[in-house]
Design a protein around this ligand. Structure first.
Ligand code: BGC
Length: 760
């Protein structure tokens, strides 16, 4: 029978009464005492229950389910065997499950409610890879803060974001969720996102708990196939993969998620080195680790555990604190403890970590604090959020190419042909991973361009991009054949002064499980592009995509190319404002664009081979391809503006008796419009006890300049910038020759040398 009162919750409150405070920002020591008091009165089963997370797939507001898996979950929830639920959203639903946890269980411990808020809840911001292209940390932080406020108003208090996996292989569908290929940029963005989600006060009803995922190596899955094996050496692990995770930890992220992949023969979920030695040991992380979805049970499939009980044992020992949807903790952990196969202290440690976060959220003060229907109504989709995601979307756009200043477009007197199914698409711009977003809620490019009424605008789709989608998981079927609408589009194009073509990927072609073996324009779009080009070559190509694409033909023939990713709710307005020059683009690529899929993985911060191209006049025996250049199509850090910038007066010196290198450069706006430039600083440690990359980003600054205006930009490179981890994970700074590069992309050649001497 369901009880309808607060009794259990009050029992816990009274038991720990003297220690509990009801204010905000409870001091850490008080929280620790509360956690300890609560732990003392919990049974083993209740402790294990806190480590169990269920997906809320049943109708949580309806009557109790009477059979199957849902009934079991419901029963466990009532017994206090569930510490968290995911995918329960909206205040009514969250209140329903929270009520069971708080009012029907013996101790009334509230649930923490998780949801994948990857780039917005209802108000959808650009996909994370696009946001990374802004290099604008304040804007990224604001975007996460907006998402947090809207999410919290929907009853949810924990997002499984940010994904801080570094990724170098555009075939991997999940590159859209991260910040790209660079550990320095990735670390800065990880911090901005954690701060945006969590704010200064986790107990505020505008903030939520963040989760750094997927620890570790998941972005390096073999051949870009999702869930696949990772073979990354210590040098890559310590210097490329770990830094954004460590930065997130240092920024106070309260949870980590482990990963599906095997690294060094051990699944991350069962990996003690990663979770105990590095994360909870060396980095002293005090929050908790949640498994990835079913990743504990997948250790059986990997061939690492013989059955569910063994998987539970291995995961718990390795430091996985919460089991997401494997059911093995709830089934086996208590008996494993009783059989002395898992130390009770490990369970206590995991439960403390989980309870600590619940206390920090203020859930014990008011378990329904996120469940205010009125607030949900007022906050969801509010104007301030729309403005923020529009701003973010404009900042995320990268101008890849702009010959003869085809862009920006004149605002009157033009006859414009708008071609491509994506131009009239209100769904794809929302991108992948927008679980709570409403279908077809984005502003399309057509709608955005209609805001400029003094040109003639004619739309012709040319071809469908998708010809269907499976329900629920939304696997997209791409139109590989039907070109019947080409002719009409060609006619429209032939009469136009300029053609704007919106081509690229469907929103569900990237994301989890959505790897691609080819990364060209999907379906018949390349053929459409070439057909239209024959009718009118004056084309502005706007790309919508969730990953770098290989578009060598377009690069060779199309005069203007705009990378517009999947920009979210305000996509069409952002694109139109950039095309018309009401916003001068300043985005820079956070991931290299290859010439072909065969170049993948391709990234700027690679090691120098013994036979690099610049040293070799040999035609054969150097590191290259016979049939294609080794250089990328568009390098990391590339992005143009409607104005131009020049760099001069680069100096780099090590002041006497200092351990830093001081860098200075002058940047001048040499064009006719005001604009922003991302000034990028790279170093090359020319020789070291571990081979260092040819270039490493170590600083950047976003500068706004009026026409003809110059500004001196200074950087200080300290030991954090000049050192590296050796293969034992020790951080080393070594004296020697450093090359300091500054410029507007990773291909900058402007440099100076410093003979650096470590003084201590
Ligand atoms: C993904 C995670 C996600 C989780 C919960 C998994 O399949 O790998 O990133 O947070 O599902 O939805």
């Amino acid at each position: 029978m369901r009880q309808n009162h607060y009794l259990p919750f009050l029992v816990v409150a009274m038991l720990t009464h003297t220690l509990w405070s009801f204010g905000q920002n409870t001091p850490t020591s008080v929280i620790e005492q509360k956690v300890d008091s609560l732990l003392r009165i919990m049974t083993l089963e209740e402790k294990v229950g806190q480590m169990n997370q269920y997906n809320g797939f049943w109708n949580v507001t309806g009557p109790a389910p009477d059979d199957g898996a849902a009934a079991k979950k419901y029963d466990h929830l009532r017994k206090g065997y569930v510490g968290s639920m995911l995918n329960v959203a909206g205040v009514e639903n969250v209140r329903a499950v929270q009520k069971i946890a708080v009012e029907e269980t013996r101790l009334g411990i509230p649930l923490i409610i998780g949801f994948d808020v990857i780039h917005g809840y209802k108000t959808i911001s650009p996909i994370p890879l696009a946001e990374a292209a802004s290099w604008d940390l304040e804007a990224i932080k604001k975007s996460a803060a907006v998402a947090a406020e809207e999410t919290a108003a929907a009853g949810i208090n924990w997002t499984f974001a940010p994904m801080v996996d570094i990724s170098r292989d555009a075939r991997w569908g999940r590159v859209m969720e991260g910040a790209g290929e660079d550990p320095y940029l990735g670390s800065k963005i990880a911090v901005a996102r954690v701060q945006g989600f969590q704010g200064d006060d986790l107990s505020s009803i505008k903030t939520i708990v963040a989760c750094a995922k997927h620890f570790a190596g998941y972005g390096f899955s073999e051949s870009g196939k999702d869930y696949n094996t990772v073979d990354a050496g210590s040098n890559t692990m310590y210097n490329i993969i770990f830094p954004p995770f460590q930065a997130a930890k240092d920024a106070g992220v309260r949870t980590f998620m482990n990963a599906f992949n095997v690294w060094n023969g051990i699944p991350s979920t069962g990996n003690s080195f990663l979770q105990r030695d590095i994360l909870k040991g060396k980095w002293d992380f005090e929050g908790f680790v949640v498994s990835d979805w079913g990743s504990i049970t997948e250790m059986i499939t990997h061939g690492y555990a013989k059955d569910g009980k063994e998987a539970a044992r291995l995961a718990a020992i390795a430091g996985s604190d919460m089991d997401m949807e494997s059911y093995h903790y709830v089934e086996h952990l208590a008996s494993l403890v009783r059989e002395n196969k898992v130390d009770q202290a490990l369970i206590d440690d995991a439960v403390k970590r989980i309870l600590r976060v619940k206390f920090e959220l203020g859930l014990f003060d008011d378990p329904y604090k996120y469940c205010d229907a009125q607030r949900q109504k007022e906050v969801t989709g509010k104007k301030e959020f729309q403005d923020a995601v529009l701003d973010m979307a404009k900042k995320s756009i990268v101008l890849l190419k702009n010959e003869q200043e085809l862009l920006p477009l004149k605002k009157s007197g033009l006859n414009i042909a708008l071609i491509g199914a994506l131009a009239n698409d209100k769904n794809s711009p929302l991108g992948s991973w927008r679980l709570a977003g409403d279908d077809n809620s984005a502003v399309s490019v057509l709608e955005g361009m209609q805001q400029y009424p003094n040109n003639t605008l004619t739309f012709a789709k040319g071809a469908d991009l998708s010809i269907g989608e499976t329900a629920f998981i939304r696997e997209v079927k791409i139109n590989e054949r039907d070109t019947s609408a080409f002719a009409k589009a060609r006619t429209v194009a032939s009469k136009a002064d300029v053609v704007v073509m919106v081509l690229g990927e469907h929103g569900f072609q990237s994301g989890e499980g959505r790897s691609r073996a080819d990364i060209d324009l999907p379906g018949v779009q390349q053929a459409l592009l070439e057909t239209i080009y024959k009718a009118n070559p004056n084309i502005v190509l706007v790309l919508n995509n969730g990953r770098p694409l290989a578009i060598p033909w377009a690069d060779k023939h199309i005069p203007a190319i705009v990378e517009a990713w999947h920009l979210g709710t305000q996509s069409g307005h952002a694109i139109a404002q950039v095309l018309y020059g009401d916003y001068n683009p300043s985005g820079k690529l956070p991931m290299t664009f290859p010439r072909s899929v065969g170049q993948s993985p391709i990234y700027y911060n690679h090691l120098r081979t013994g036979r690099p191209d610049e040293l070799s006049d040999d035609l054969v025996f150097w590191s290259h391809y016979q049939d294609q250049a080794v250089t990328p199509l568009y390098p990391f850090g590339h992005g143009l503006s409607y104005t131009s910038f020049a760099y001069s007066n680069l100096t780099a010196t090590q002041p006497a008796s200092s351990n830093t290198i001081e860098v200075s450069v002058t940047v001048t706006n040499t064009g006719k419009r005001a604009g922003k430039e991302v000034v990028q600083l790279y170093i090359n440690d020319t020789y070291a006890s571990v081979v260092r990359p040819v270039k490493e980003l170590k600083g950047f600054e976003l500068v706004s300049l009026q026409p003809s205006q110059s500004k001196e930009i200074r950087f200080t490179l300290d030991k954090d910038a000049l050192g590296f981890y050796n293969n034992q994970g020790e951080y080393k700074v070594e004296s020697g020759d450093f090359i300091i590069y500054v410029g507007g992309s990773s291909q900058t050649d402007l440099h100076t040398n410093v003979d650096y001497k470590k003084t201590e």
